[in-house]
Write a protein that binds this ligand. Structure first.
Ligand code: KG4
Ligand code: ZN
Length: 349
């Protein structure tokens, strides 16, 4: 008998409600993925304003839920289990999703699972490409996180191999976009501008690639500063900023380091599959360079479609389905959101 899992996401500026069907053979099918974004309300501040995000979640939660059920042609009473992002994320934002999930779980008398947002970014790939091979290596690149993870079991076995020591990759995109006068969030406009630029125009630094640097860690703060200095210098000299070339050269530096480190880690761990996910996985150069380097190394590459890479409820529903399939304990109703939930805690018990 297949089961319907509802997923609720509210860790940052996207209110997401997803519905999936967990089949008896363990495969997970996407039924609905509705997202309401408050990104436009944050744009003029150049970053997410937590209080604004929380209020937007509050307003969007019920309508987004209703849309998801309508899309899937299901009723609330069809739900067999609920998964919700318990962390990491913004405290006030998480609280809205967690409260809604507790209310739905109580009203429907179904089990509740508080799950990890980062693991959700990996689990979402199973909706598009089927079960994950074990082990696989995940490169998680979003606005708040940049991590290399070894995934032995999506429901219970995630180990961090390395992470950024300063800015996340997406954060670097957002900050560089600001320097170039491009809108927030910076990923999409930089990606677009870079298509018309020369990636070799400016030799920006590749952070943490020295012989004594931690192999699996990342640093993007030096790169961001270097771009800002370069633009300042050109402005001082009265030169017009070649936005396309700066964007392409910056993007090349990010994609180069991310793919080089991911492929090297996979080889060292003897892992044959790399999954790239999180908002920055939507980047065209990151996926093309990753495809090139994985092919050269004989590694399978999986990148979910852009819509699944950015924050959404389907990723939480997918992870919930894997946790249910693994028969892991449910989360007691009195649990709290944990803004700093570590990545190795896939679900709370
Ligand atoms: O995963 P996500 O939606 O939210 C977080 O959990 O942070 O990631 C958002 C980040 C933003 O920094 C945004 O600029 C970046 O993903 N992003 C991109 C692209 N699309 C979104 N970065 C590079 N290229 C893109 N095409
Ligand atoms: Zn995310």
């Amino acid at each position: 008998m297949s089961r319907i899992i509802m997923g609720i996401e509210s860790s940052c500026d996207e209110t997401g409600v997803g519905l999936v069907r967990l089949h008896d053979d363990g495969t997970v099918e996407l039924l609905a993925d509705e997202v309401a974004s408050s990104v436009e309300q944050h744009a003029r501040f150049g970053g997410v304003v937590p209080e604004v995000a929380s209020r937007a979640h509050l307003e969007a939660m019920v309508p987004t839920t209703e849309r998801a059920f309508e899309k899937a042609g299901l009723a609330l009473s069809d739900v067999d289990a609920i998964a919700v992002t318990a962390g990491p994320g913004l405290a006030g934002a998480l609280l809205v999703g967690v409260s809604a999930a507790k209310a739905y779980a109580t009203a429907l008398d179904v089990p509740l699972y508080g799950v990890n947002h980062l693991a959700g970014h990996i689990a979402v790939d199973t909706l598009q490409h089927g079960p994950l091979p074990a082990p696989c290596l995940a490169l998680l690149v979003s606005g708040g996180h940049t991590q290399l993870l070894r995934v032995d079991d999506i429901a219970s076995g995630i180990t961090e191999l390395g992470s950024t020591v300063d800015d996340a990759a997406g954060e670097a995109y957002d900050k560089v976009a600001r320097v170039l006068g491009l809108p927030y969030p910076g990923g999409p406009p930089i990606d677009k501008a870079a298509k018309n630029g020369d990636p070799a125009a400016i030799a920006f630094p590749r952070g943490m690639t020295g012989p004594r640097d931690a192999k699996n860690d990342f640093s993007f703060s030096g790169l961001k500063t270097s771009v800002a200095r370069w633009v300042e210098g050109a402005t001082r000299r009265g030169e017009e900023i070649p936005v396309d070339d700066v964007a392409a050269s910056f993007q090349e530096a990010v994609a180069d380091v991310l793919t080089m480190k991911a492929v090297r880690a996979a080889k060292e761990q003897g892992i044959g599959t790399i999954v790239i996910s999180g908002g920055v996985a939507a980047n065209s150069r990151l996926s093309s360079l990753a495809a090139e380097r994985c092919a050269a190394a004989g590694i399978e590459l999986r990148v979910p479609r852009p819509r699944l890479c950015t924050d959404n409820g389907a990723m939480i529903a997918a992870l919930g389905a894997h946790v249910v399939a693994a028969k892991l304990p449910t989360t007691p109703l009195d649990f709290s959101a944990n803004p700093a939930l570590p990545v190795n805690v896939v679900s709370l018990s």
